[in-house]
Design a protein around this ligand. Structure first.
Ligand code: GLC
Length: 797
């Protein structure tokens, strides 16, 4: 069943059935002022921190309530509804609703009994308030008397958890006031003139464009006894009773009674933010210019569409185009900006950036906005400890040169992270390399960047130390120790147990270091890295290969995890795909392990992270056992791994296979089975339940997941084959044989490339001929030096 469709030109997803199988969300603003909104206006807002700056309430894991509610009422009949289908939830035979999620804004359109409404929700660029703009039109033949009500349920205090659980306290520190056009909420207001002003918070909910007819600042008064958001007594009555809260639960509710002639439209704006009274007043005055919202929404489109325009593909597969051009790309920016801060699942408690998560997220936007990526990349490098390891959690308030580290009890207490993870710093290699090759900015290697704890070094040295960290933490057989965990949170291989995934990451790191050393003319490092590569290559060969596969790890008790014949978890996906990505496995062997993956791990929704799921034979330290079989790390389809799978197949040149995997887990391709998948068809989730589950295909943990960037890299470098190196761009598409032609428009180092790929013979990879502006190249490589401002590139496969 399908609930909506893509509008490629507008870069919107249009939900035409509001009764979606789960709340389908969008992101407004940025973590400076963040707002999450579902297709039924559920969601919440916060200032700076989802956990510590919560402005309006949302009850997680409940019925997507409350939210940014606008109620409409026919003052003659008393009938009322909402501008989003919920919370009132009118009969869908009579109530027609469309929700358009766009880049930084969401619009709800409703038609009901001769009245059309359009509510646009957004946070203006660089602003720390939000706007709900409502246009109402009388589409009938008779004049109408109507009422509009806006409702926002303030938290009693900014700490989300306190607001939810410490009721004997938080309910008694807040008040609301009516100030002509807005409700003002104060928290700890007695501190204003005494003790400590910083404990005071003030918020406001305002109405602009029409007069306020009545108001209310108390949730109980707004809803009435034994009522819900779907049938508030005050809306039913058509008037707010003017109650302001003094203790218990505050809210902002404002009402305007309007008359509309046939065909007449009225526009009004609700504003919400954490502002002092005078600031709120000033904002309200600013919005008296009725053209402002249109302009602000346009600014958002210009900003986002401008970023997304740096790669535009037109392939025979529309779903691929929707994702690569808009939605996967937009999700990459969201994970880049928001990390794992706040969603309808994450409530904001993680007070910082997970090291590996963020360093991977950065990869997702490098092809679109390398300079934006660079800033965060340097920030993350400054969270590397002087000995080369990386802080598992980098606080939002990170202060390079002065941070505690996992060796310090204070770090452990503050972040809850007990020790280093084996993979964190190694993610720098693919990310740094991606940035350098996209931009040609090799000089970055010489830039000095501080360490988290003390001192500073060039980036080149930072990378060298990341390798040192792994070399200083070897376990049995001389392989990299699993430490607290590797990429897989659920693998506790023990301080002396070893991770094969990390071994491949390290092998790849040697290779990147060799390339960097070569460009710097640093022969000593180049030689050393080559020797290390050889040495570790030999250990991997000897210890990590068993019969027909790479194993996943070896515990400190010398138990091999992931070997043939194991009753459970005998085959793991990541070591197979990474054997290819790392450059370790030669082609034929790569093909063989990937064929094994296809036979034993693939399902119709993607390949499982491992199989069979753990039930009875887990080793001590296999935390995945805690999850139900086929769920998350326990044999689920962990979607981030699909990106590596796609990339690995593409590197092998098997375009058909790469694309088959792509489609299996592509959200857009699952649009027709939204009821199975549950989650938004326009964004990736963290994982999909697999064959052991009675709900195979159901997906979870939307939006904030490493899947976005990893699959993006699989598409851009893998399927599309856009593989820059320091001096230019290599074109190596790996596509299904059925793609007879496609185009890519790419901005590369400030220059425009229009690339036409012709594939009349139906190849899955390869290049017969490449021309740039009519000049034939030697092979499939475009030296940056031949590029002009605008370029016509033709690749014949
Ligand atoms: C989650 C974590 C990530 C980890 C992955 C696999 O996505 O955020 O850090 O790598 O799970 O366990």
């Amino acid at each position: 069943m399908q609930y909506g469709h893509f509008d490629a030109a507008a870069r919107e997803y249009i939900i035409t059935r509001p009764d979606t199988p789960a709340p389908w969300a969008n992101y407004l603003g940025s973590p400076a002022y963040g707002a999450i909104i579902s297709n039924n206006a559920g969601g919440y807002s916060f200032v700076k921190s989802g956990a510590a700056g919560r402005l309006i309430r949302y009850r997680f894991n409940e019925q997507d309530r409350p939210g940014r509610y606008i109620y409409l009422r026919d003052d003659e009949s008393g009938d009322y509804w909402s501008a989003s289908w919920q919370p009132v939830g009118k009969d869908l035979d009579q109530y027609h609703s469309v929700c358009r999620h766009g880049t930084g804004y969401t619009v709800m359109e409703a038609d009901y009994k001769g009245l059309r409404s359009e509510a646009s929700y957004y946070v203006p660029m660089n602003a720390d308030h939000e706007v709900w703009r409502l246009k109402i039109t009388n589409t009938g033949a008779a004049g109408r008397k109507i009422s509009v009500f806006g409702f926002a349920e303030f938290t009693c205090e900014s700490f989300y958890e306190q607001d939810q659980v410490n009721l004997q306290y938080t309910q008694f520190i807040t008040r609301t006031y009516f100030k002509d056009q807005f409700i003002l909420q104060t928290i700890n207001e007695n501190c204003l003139n005494a003790v400590n002003e910083s404990r005071v918070d003030t918020r406001f909910f305002g109405l602009v464009g029409v007069p306020v007819t009545s108001y209310c600042g108390d949730r109980a008064a707004f809803l009435g006894g034994y009522r819900d958001y779907g049938n508030p007594l005050s809306v039913e009555k058509g008037r707010l009773d003017g109650t302001l809260n003094y203790n218990l639960n505050p809210c902002g509710a404002l009402h305007s009674a309007l008359t509309l002639k046939p065909g007449e439209s009225v526009s009004l704006v609700f504003l919400l933010g954490q502002k002092r009274e005078t600031e709120a007043q000033a904002l309200i005055t600013r919005y008296e210019k009725s053209a402002l919202p249109d302009q602000e929404i346009n600014d958002l489109k210009t900003y986002w569409h401008g970023k997304l325009a740096n790669l535009k593909v037109e392939t025979p597969d529309e779903n691929f185009n929707h994702m690569v051009n808009t939605w996967n790309a937009y999700q990459c920016f969201i994970t880049f900006n928001w990390s794992r801060a706040a969603s309808l699942v994450y409530c904001g408690q993680r007070n910082g950036y997970g090291y590996r998560d963020t360093v991977q997220d950065i990869q997702g936007i490098i092809h679109l906005d390398p300079e934006m990526a660079l800033e965060k990349l340097k920030f993350m490098i400054s969270a590397q400890v002087n000995h080369g390891g990386a802080l598992p959690l980098v606080k939002y308030s990170h202060n390079p040169g002065h941070e505690d580290k996992p060796e310090d009890a204070s770090y452990r207490t503050e972040t809850g992270h007990p020790s280093y993870r084996a993979d964190d710093a190694l993610w720098l290699f693919p990310t740094v390399w991606k940035y350098i090759t996209e931009t040609g900015n090799i000089a970055l290697l010489d830039e000095e960047i501080p360490y988290a704890d003390s001192g500073k070094d060039t980036l080149y040295k930072h990378l060298d130390k990341a390798i040192d960290f792994s070399l200083n933490h070897l376990g049995i057989h001389g392989l990299p120790a699993g430490l607290h965990a590797d990429w897989n949170d659920c693998l506790r291989l023990g301080a002396n147990g070893v991770s094969v995934f990390v071994a491949f990451q390290l092998y790849y790191a040697f290779e990147i270091m060799i390339r960097c050393a070569r460009h710097k003319g640093d022969a000593a490092t180049e030689t050393r890295m080559n020797e290390l590569k050889k040495k570790f290559g030999a250990i991997i060969e000897e210890r990590c290969w068993d019969t027909d596969r790479f194993v996943r790890g070896i515990t400190e008790r010398d138990e091999v995890v992931g070997k043939p014949g194991d009753p459970e978890a005998s085959l793991w996906l990541n070591p197979q795909s990474w054997s290819i990505i790392s450059g370790f496995a030669p082609r034929e062997r790569g093909k063989a392990v990937m064929d094994l993956v296809y036979r034993q791990l693939n399902t119709k929704y993607g390949a499982r992270i491992m199989a069979p799921s753990y039930r009875r034979h887990a080793f001590e330290g296999a935390l995945a056992l805690l999850f139900n079989p086929s769920t998350k790390e326990n044999g689920g389809i962990f979607l981030q791994t699909q990106g590596w799978l796609i990339l690995a197949e593409a590197l092998l040149g098997r375009g058909g296979r790469a694309f088959e995997y792509y489609l299996e887990s592509c959200p857009a391709a699952q649009n027709p089975i939204a009821q199975t998948r549950l989650q938004e068809p326009y964004v990736y989730s963290q994982f999909t339940e697999s064959v052991d589950s009675p709900f195979e295909g159901r997906s979870h943990v939307h939006w904030l997941t490493g899947t976005a960037s990893t699959v993006m890299v699989g598409c851009v470098e893998g399927i599309l084959g856009l593989r820059p190196d320091i001096n230019g761009l290599c074109l190596s598409p790996a596509v299904p044989a059925s793609w007879k032609s496609f185009t890519m428009e790419k901005t590369f180092r400030g220059k425009k490339l229009r690339i036409q790929v012709q594939n009349p013979q139906g190849s899955e990879n390869g290049c017969r001929k490449l021309t740039v502006n009519g000049v034939e190249m030697k092979d499939n490589y475009i030296p940056a030096s031949v590029l002009k401002a605008d370029n016509e590139v033709i690749l014949e496969m």
